[in-house]
Design a protein around this ligand. Structure first.
Ligand SMILES: *[C@@H]1O[C@H](CO)[C@@H](O)[C@H](O)[C@H]1NC(C)=O
Ligand SMILES: *[C@@H]1O[C@H](CO)[C@@H](O)[C@H](O)[C@H]1NC(C)=O
Ligand SMILES: *[C@@H]1O[C@H](CO)[C@@H](O)[C@H](O)[C@H]1NC(C)=O
Ligand SMILES: *[C@@H]1O[C@H](CO)[C@@H](O)[C@H](O)[C@H]1NC(C)=O
Length: 262
């Protein structure tokens, strides 16, 4: 049957890909065997400067073709460069407020040096929403549903630089999905994003934009780094019809390094 041979062919292709990866990768390399050109880009657009900081829209765009983030969803963390605080947020929230005791009148949303943000749940109060928010951290993949492959929240940041010369880029971005697996690079200043208005007759632009790129590594996702690749948990069976797990050849001398899974 035609579909049977297609399945055999795709199994063969996957096993081949997989075997190649065993010889060419080290355990720390962030590289997704099945989607080598994919990434999740975090885009930080400063929309306006304020008297003590700025308002930014932070978007996460999943450029992976098939790797989506399922419930309970993503968490995004970073470390502030100075003593920045988050006055308020829309479309997301930090998991902890931290120690805001030095603030008396207005209390910030978060005073932690290393805040962790999560998405709001569907049905969040309207006045707390932002565009592309409130999906409980679920992020579709680009090939499956590009409209839902983006997740955004808005931050009002204080105790920060207030111009593109004095603002400091946050560091050490950590994306969890919700487990490990992603490695994020440093923030890089890029050309300010242009926003085309709905009538398409005018474009506005961000005051300043920086991007962070996060990539997935099968090896990082596993507690014991092995060549044991679980295929079924990340890929829709319809797309990858093959054994649920493939074990292989990493560290040939060390039998422990290959875990048998079903
Ligand atoms: C992330 O993926 C997109 C889409 O494939 C690609 O255009 C972009 O160059 C990638 N970014 C990096 C830093 O690799
Ligand atoms: C900062 O702003 C000035 C104008 O105020 C502009 O000429 C410059 O290109 C900006 N730099 C960055 C990195 O956005
Ligand atoms: C920054 O990210 C945005 C959104 O993914 C993308 O359109 C843009 O090309 C990126 N810029 C650079 C220089 O990678
Ligand atoms: C797998 O993908 C097919 C086609 O895109 C879809 O009809 C099906 O519901 C998906 N299955 C799961 C478990 O997501």
């Amino acid at each position: 049957m035609a579909s049977g041979s297609v399945n055999k062919l795709s199994r063969f292709a996957i096993v081949l890909l997989f075997s190649l990866s065993c010889f060419s990768l080290t355990s720390t390399e962030a590289y997704d065997v099945f989607d080598p050109n994919g990434n999740i880009t975090i885009k930080w657009d400063i929309m306006s400067w304020t008297s003590d900081g700025y308002v930014a829209t932070v978007s996460m765009i999943n450029y992976y073709q098939y790797r989506h983030i399922q419930a309970p969803g993503w968490t995004l963390g970073w470390t502030w460069a100075k003593k920045e605080v988050i006055w308020s947020m829309l479309g997301g929230q930090t998991t902890e407020q931290g120690d805001c005791s030095k603030y008396k009148a207005n209390i910030p949303h978060c005073c932690k040096k290393d805040p962790t943000v999560v998405d709001l749940l569907p049905g969040a109060m309207y006045n707390l929403q932002a565009a592309n928010c409130c999906k409980g951290g679920v992020l579709s993949s680009w090939a499956q549903d590009p409209v839902n492959a983006i997740s955004s929240f808005q931050l009002t940041v204080g105790a920060s630089g207030t111009t593109n010369k004095t603002v400091r880029l946050p560091k050490n971005f950590i994306l969890k999905a919700p487990g490990p697996g992603y490695t994020c690079g440093p923030a890089r200043i890029v050309k300010p994003t242009k926003f085309v208005l709905p009538d398409r007759r005018r474009a506005t632009q961000a005051m300043m934009t920086w991007n962070v790129t996060c990539t997935y590594s099968q090896f990082l996702a596993q507690k014991t780094p092995t060549c044991c690749v679980s295929l079924s948990s990340f890929y829709n069976d319809t797309i990858v019809n093959c054994p649920t797990c493939t074990c292989g050849c990493r560290n040939k001398g060390d039998p422990q390094s290959c875990i048998k899974c079903d």
